[in-house]
Design a protein around this ligand. Structure first.
Ligand SMILES: [Zn+2]
Length: 501
């Protein structure tokens, strides 16, 4: 039994109501992004906003807070019980620092901004979005002041997505990978085997055929349709409604089928984390992935380390050939290279395993400069283009493929991007640990039960704990060392220098 302490059990009993409201909000949010009638957007925004305020009220309830403070003083709490206190105290701290008026203004602004951003992107018109982006940066600056920080206002925002990580942590992370990645990219480009275009990118497909591919590949990955479902969304995402209802979405573009399959596998990776949490943690604050970086380390492991692996691709090659008839003209080698092209892209989500991180570094530096008042929002597109030129050697011709590409800023999610790179580099650490424990990944994947073996490893080492440990503690627990960028760099070098000899 994980929760023995009487006070903790009382806290958890009360928390069930909070959890229920949050899970219903998650269902409403899933619906908003999938099947909701278009005109309902504004109403749904208000409904979700009011729900947030209700949750805030329940968490800041005096009796509830008193109970948590009392339980904190209890002796002999185990890791699970301590985690309940840690997570709830953190939420109380954040919520009590932000005035109601601020929360409402933030919700209202970002709800509207998402619609304005969508139109501005379609019209390729930065000016349309500019007043909202200005307002959003003003709001997050305020938010940072409310929340407080030691060194940099950015610290307060980063902490919302990756607890206890700071601007300084990410600065040293990015400084340590910049040159390595650039050097590796240059080396690949100079290979006689290097190509930057692939005919498979142009092959059109029918949505019905691609749907069959997605479902059959998911079946290989043990996708459980009694606890999950796959739908379509304009931007693929995963949503956890309950322990036995974790939903994923994908997209279809009529051509370049890799994009659809990669998104499906990516979101599947997110869902696996939520589905494998220990049922004893159900309805508690521990029933969710611990942080954004940790979550991304799961999705990107399945998308890249497995999904772009030669053994796995060989496994799914017959499925793809069966439904995508144009593949008859191609050899397996073409299929493999198509999934592993290395080429600077304008769009972050379409970029490869190496150049991806320059998109994140760009965003990190730009957000930081705006918060430091070194760059005005009006000037942001110019800086964006300059950074693109420096890091990727390409210059966007439109706002659509430049500064307007992602939804995050319109949602007020500033400080979020660094977790994408953190998660991806963590996949290298997981791989290193898995290979120590179980042997080479190619050997594992060759086995009939290879996927099960990998999933069991993740369940036992990471998933089952939910949010019991902070991301820093969990990394140490699994890998017996602190965050380390070298394993991922080693993985990239081994794979791509071999491929592009
Ligand atoms: Zn993701």
């Amino acid at each position: 039994m994980k929760f023995r302490n009487k006070l903790i059990r009382e806290i958890l009993e009360r928390y069930k109501t909070i959890d229920a409201i949050q899970r219903l909000s998650a269902l409403a949010a899933w619906d908003l992004n999938t099947y909701m009638p278009q005109k309902a957007a504004e109403d749904r925004g208000i409904i979700l906003g009011k729900t947030d305020v209700l949750v805030k009220k329940l968490i800041l309830d005096k009796e509830f807070v008193k109970l948590i403070n009392k339980a904190e003083k209890e002796k002999n709490l185990n890791d699970y019980e301590k985690a309940v206190i840690r997570i709830l105290k953190k939420r109380i701290e954040i919520l009590s620092k932000l005035p109601d008026k601020f929360i409402e203004e933030f919700n209202e602004t970002t709800n509207k901004a998402q619609i304005v951003w969508k139109n501005a992107k379609e019209n390729n018109n930065f000016k349309e979005f500019l007043p909202y982006l200005k307002k959003i940066f003003e709001l997050v600056k305020k938010q940072a002041e409310y929340l407080g920080y030691k060194e940099h206002p950015y610290d307060a925002l980063i902490d919302l997505y990756e607890e206890s990580w700071t601007t300084r942590d990410f600065e040293s992370f990015f400084n340590s990978i910049k040159d390595e990645l650039k050097k590796l990219f240059e080396e690949i480009k100079s290979s006689k085997n290097y190509i930057d275009k692939h005919p498979l990118e142009k092959e059109p497909y029918r949505k019905e055929d691609m749907e069959k591919v997605n479902f059959e590949v998911l079946k290989i990955l043990n996708f459980d349709q009694t606890r999950s479902r796959l739908d379509i969304a304009p931007h693929p995402f995963e949503e956890s409604i309950s322990l036995n209802d974790v939903r994923i979405t994908t997209w279809y573009h009529k051509k370049d089928f890799r994009r659809s399959l990669s998104a499906t596998i990516h979101e599947f990776g997110h869902s696996l984390y939520e589905l494998n949490i220990d049922p004893e943690l159900k309805f508690t604050p521990l029933q969710r992935g611990v942080s954004y970086g940790l979550h991304e380390s799961q999705s990107r492991f399945w998308e890249n380390i497995v999904g772009r692996n030669i053994v796995f691709l060989r496994k799914i090659w017959p499925i793809c050939k069966k439904h995508l008839l144009f593949l008859k003209k191609y050899k397996f080698k073409d299929f493999y290279i198509y999934f592993n092209l290395i080429r600077p892209e304008f769009i972050r989500v379409e970029s490869d395993e190496i150049t991806y991180h320059f998109h994140i570094i760009l965003r990190f530096e730009l957000e930081k400069m705006v918060l430091e008042n070194k760059v005005k929002i009006e000037e942001a597109p110019e800086y964006w283009n300059e950074f693109m030129k420096t890091y990727l050697g390409i210059k966007p011709k439109t706002y659509k493929e430049g500064i307007l590409q992602d939804i995050h800023w319109s949602m007020g999610a500033i400080g979020y991007f660094p977790t994408y790179s953190l998660g991806t580099f963590l996949t290298g650490m997981w791989l290193e640990s898995i290979e120590k424990d179980l042997g080479k990944i190619e050997t594992i994947l060759t086995k009939e039960e290879g996927i099960n073996i990998l999933q069991e490893w993740f369940k036992e080492n990471i998933h089952k704990f939910g949010s019991t440990y902070t991301s820093k503690d969990l990394i140490y627990k699994v890998c017996h060392k602190n965050f380390d960028t070298q394993p991922f760099i080693n993985y990239l070098k081994k794979k791509y220098l071999e491929l592009y000899k």
